[in-house]
Design a protein around this ligand. Structure first.
Ligand code: 5GP
Ligand code: ZN
Length: 112
């Protein structure tokens, strides 16, 4: 199975990780839509929320911890930001490995 986000998570494709632990990592989006545009990516290969099971629920706690950590470190925690997870074809998901966009650093109300 070739999955770009699994490959980045495992280190076989290099990328600067702003946050990295056993469960989740954070990278800058390659095509930023806002001054700050990050991707929070669970290391388990979960495609959409349809794939969650009791074994993978813990990933969501790790996602929350990562969001709190990186937004604080990048100085956008107080000014605010948006978190988006596109799911499936109607959701416009391009990469079939669940990930959470963090958009901020400027007003992002109009950014999807
Ligand atoms: P989505 O699946 O939520 O529609 O969007 C996938 C996002 O991943 C896009 O915003 C795209 O720019 C980003 N992306 C796709 N491939 C890569 C990559 O190899 N590296 C990084 N940093 N971002 C990527
Ligand atoms: Zn994957």
């Amino acid at each position: 199975m070739s999955c770009i986000f699994c490959a980045i998570g495992q280190g076989s494709i290099p990328a600067e990780k702003l946050y990295d632990n056993e469960a989740v990592f954070v990278i800058a989006d390659i095509h930023p839509k806002a001054k700050v545009h990050l991707l929070v990516i669970p290391k388990q290969h979960i495609v959409t929320f349809n794939d969650f099971t009791p074994v993978t629920y813990g990933s969501m706690a790790s996602v929350a911890e990562a969001i709190a950590n990186v937004t604080q470190r990048l100085g956008i925690a107080k000014s605010g930001y948006k978190v988006i997870a596109n799911n499936g074809s109607d959701g416009g998901q391009a990469v079939p490995h669940l990930h959470f966009h963090i958009l901020g650093g400027e007003p992002v109300q109009g950014i999807t």
